[in-house]
Design a protein around this ligand. Structure first.
Ligand code: ASE
Length: 298
C-alpha cells in the first residue's frame, strides 16, 4: 500500500500526462493504425505496420506498444515476434467500417479542439474563445461561426454524427415523444432561416454553443413557430444544480469557453431560458449517458 501522499502524486502524474494519452490515440487514428489492423487478414508485426503506413520503425513500435498499455491494441508473441491486433474497444469505436466509429470526432478534436485547449489559461483570463490566439483568425472572420474551412465544418458535422450514433438513442428514450408525430431537428442558419412547421423542435447540442442572449432569441423564434401542444426537446450535457459536476459536463463547459460563445448549463438555467421564451411546462431528465434531455411545451 502506498501512502496518501504517494497516491496523490500518482493522481497528479496521471492528470499531467493526460494530454499524452490523447495524443497517442489521435496519432494512431490519424495514421490509420486501427483500419490497417482491421483490414489485415491476420495480426501484424510492428515492421509490417510501419512499412504499410510509411512510418519509422522505432516510432511505430513505441506507438503500438503504448496502445497496448492503453487497451487500444492487443499483442501476442509468436515464435519471438510481437503481433498486434485490435481490441474490442478499437474494433467497435476506432475502425472506420464500424457503424459506431468515432474517427471523425477524434480527428476534429485533434486538429481543432486540442489547439484551442492549448490556450485555456488565456481563455480563463479573458472569459472568451481562443480562435484568434489558436489560429490567428478573429472569430468574426471565420467561415460560418467556428469553422476555418468547409472541410473543417464537414469534419465537425461528421464528428457530431459519430457521437450521436452511440449516445443518441438513450436521450430519445427519455421522454414519450408519441404526442409529436412531426419532429424538426433544428440545424443550419437557425437565427435567420424560417423554421419549418413541426410538432416538436429538436435542439441537440445547439444551445451550449451560444450566449444566453442568442439562446433566448432562438427559443423565442421556436416558441412563435410552435403550435399549442407543440414543444422543444433540448439535448445537452446537464451540469449539476450547483454546477460542480459531473466532470464530463464541466470539461465540456470549458470546451465551450475555449471554442464557442457558449457554456453548459444547469437544469435551472435551461428552465429560466425556456420560461422566458414562453414555454410553460419544462421537464429535465438525466440519462446517465453523455447527453441529457429537457422537454418544454407551450
Ligand atoms: C460543440 C461541440 C464540440 C462545439 C465545439 C465542440 C465538441 C468539441 N468541440 O457544439 C464535441 C463535444 N463533445 C461531445 C461528446 O459532444
Amino acid at each position: 500500500m502506498s501512502s496518501p501522499e504517494e497516491q496523490a502524486f500518482r493522481l497528479l502524474t496521471e492528470y499531467s500526462n493526460g494530454f499524452m494519452v490523447s495524443q497517442v490515440l489521435f496519432a494512431a487514428c490519424e495514421l490509420g493504425v486501427f483500419d490497417l489492423l482491421a483490414e489485415a487478414p491476420e495480426p501484424l508485426g510492428a515492421a509490417a505496420v510501419a512499412a504499410r503506413l510509411g512510418t519509422s520503425s522505432h516510432g511505430t513500435e513505441l506507438l503500438l506498444d503504448t496502445c497496448v498499455s492503453l487497451k487500444l491494441l492487443q499483442v501476442e508473441t509468436k515464435t519471438g515476434k510481437a503481433l498486434y491486433q485490435n481490441t474490442e474497444l478499437s474494433s467497435t469505436y476506432l475502425v472506420r467500417a464500424s457503424p459506431k466509429c468515432q474517427g471523425n470526432m477524434l480527428r476534429y478534436l485533434a486538429r481543432t479542439t486540442y489547439l484551442c485547449w492549448g490556450h485555456l489559461t488565456q481563455a480563463v483570463r479573458d472569459g472568451r474563445n481562443q480562435y484568434l490566439e489558436a489560429f490567428g483568425v478573429p472569430s468574426d472572420q471565420l467561415f460560418s461561426a467556428i469553422y476555418r474551412s468547409e472541410d473543417e465544418r464537414l469534419l465537425f458535422m461528421r464528428g457530431l454524427q459519430d457521437v450521436w450514433s452511440v449516445s443518441g438513442r438513450p436521450v430519445l428514450g427519455a421522454f414519450d415523444l408519441s404526442p409529436f408525430p412531426l419532429i424538426c431537428d433544428v440545424g443550419g442558419d437557425f437565427f435567420k432561416d424560417p423554421l419549418p412547421e413541426a410538432d416538436l423542435y429538436l435542439l441537440a447540442r445547439v444551445l451550449h454553443d451560444w450566449t444566453d442572449e442568442r439562446c433566448s432569441r432562438l427559443l423565442a423564434r421556436i416558441r412563435r413557430a410552435c403550435k399549442p401542444g407543440g414543444g422543444v426537446l433540448v439535448i445537452e450535457s446537464l451540469l449539476a444544480a450547483d454546477g460542480r459536476g459531473p466532470l464530463t459536463a464541466q470539461l465540456y463547459s470549458l470546451n465551450m469557453l475555449v471554442q464557442t460563445e457558449g457554456r453548459e448549463r444547469t437544469p435551472a438555467q435551461y428552465r429560466a431560458l425556456l420560461a422566458a421564451a414562453g414555454f410553460r411546462h419544462v421537464q429535465c431528465r438525466r440519462t446517465g449517458g453523455l447527453y441529457d434531455a429537457i422537454l418544454a411545451t407551450r
